[in-house]
Ligand binder design. Structure first.
Ligand SMILES: *Cc1c(COP(=O)(O)O)cnc(C)c1O
Length: 352
């Protein structure tokens, strides 16, 4: 057996590209177009570099406390990780340890099957219905866990708290994870359900709503038993996932939550503007509650549109996957960026 045979082969998650091209309108990875705010800026300026020789606080206690207050939870109901992708990776490892398959929608965050493959977790992709909606009865089958984003990605469709509560009631022997990466763009968090359902775990991120994809902060909110097991697994892997500077920046961001909510409001307004303009051009789309829209045109090929947009300096996300290969996922940028986007789309359609 060669050393090559001892290497692990996995099919990794493919993140949206981050090209270093000037003047590109980047609408492909759901980043927030607004800056993270003056409090974050000040925190960076005030940061004491003499802290850097020391290891950071292993569990980011101060940030944890601030997040607990923000969500009306106890400190030991909050877990913080290096981006919510890491939180999700640790969640799969910690929470999904049965024989039965873990359930998630067939069209959903494409990192979920990657974690399952990595850890050898049995999984089953539950098809969304024709309208790309989650159907609660589909989650009444036997499983070792359930996970989906709300709003779902990349459709942007939101389910009600009632639907999630129904799924929780039917699955009291599994952990149900709701990935709320986009919940602050018009949805309603299920944090209040934590009081009633000890098997609920919620993940959130600083990357989208808080304009902080660059520092990597993700969160899990849940009952103390799950959270403490998450810390055990984290501490079996990396004791210090959150660096000192990220902890300070995260705190400043929580303190600037009003400013951040105002940005989300602007993004929602621009999203509704973009939906209206694209519908007028014949595009169809699920009714997104996230900071992106998922659009297709009955007459024009999505990949072709993707290429033509890119040639004109606009980058969106195209997924060459079953059921969704005629859609484009378009992140909502500033109002001005989206006006340009609509203009360029009109130009492209007039040439086809
Ligand atoms: C962006 C995203 C994440 C990951 O966020 P990070 O905190 O940047 O790792 C998790 N889940 C979904 C559904 C996302 O779209």
């Amino acid at each position: 057996m060669s050393w090559q045979d001892k290497l692990r082969n996995v099919e990794p998650y493919q993140a949206g590209e981050q090209p270093q091209i000037k003047n590109l309108i980047k609408l492909n990875t759901n980043e927030n177009p607004y800056d993270p705010g003056t409090k974050v800026k000040q925190a960076i300026l005030d940061f004491d570099s003499s802290l850097l020789p020391l290891y950071p606080r292993p569990d980011a206690d101060e940030l944890k406390h601030s997040l607990a207050l923000y969500h009306g939870l106890a400190d030991d109901q909050v877990f913080i990780g290096n981006g919510s992708d890491e939180v999700l990776a640790l969640t799969f490892l910690t929470c999904f340890n049965g024989e039965k398959p873990v359930l998630f929608p067939d069209i959903s965050y494409s990192f979920y099957p990657v974690y399952c493959e990595l850890y050898g977790i049995n999984y089953h992709k539950v098809p969304l219905n024709e309208q790309l909606e989650i159907v609660k009865e589909d989650y009444y089958q036997e499983n070792s866990g359930i996970i989906f984003p709300n709003p779902n990605a990349p459709t942007g469709l939101l389910v009600t708290s009632e639907l999630i509560e129904d799924i929780l009631k039917h699955n009291s022997e599994s952990i149900v994870v709701i990935d709320e990466a986009y919940i602050d763009f018009g949805g309603e968090s299920v944090v209040p359900l934590l009081k009633k359902y000890p098997n609920l775990l919620i993940t959130q991120t600083f990357s989208k709503f808080r304009s902080l994809a660059g520092i990597r902060l993700g969160v899990a909110l849940g009952n103390t038993e799950i959270i403490s097991k998450l810390y055990d697994v984290k501490n079996s892997f990396n004791s210090y996932p959150i660096d000192s500077l990220a902890q300070v920046i995260g705190l400043a961001s929580i303190e600037d939550s009003d400013y951040i909510h105002d940005n989300a409001k602007k993004i929602i307004e621009t999203r509704e503007y973009t939906k209206k303009e694209l519908k007028a051009l014949g595009f169809v789309m699920p009714d997104s509650y996230a900071n992106f829209i998922f659009v297709k045109h009955p007459q024009y090929d999505a990949k072709d549109l993707f290429i033509k947009l890119r040639e004109r300096g606009i980058l969106v996300r195209y997924f060459d996957k079953p059921r969704i290969d005629q859609y484009l996922r378009v992140t909502i940028g500033t109002q001005k960026q989206m006006e340009t986007f609509v203009q360029v789309i009109k130009e492209i359609l007039s040439l086809l």
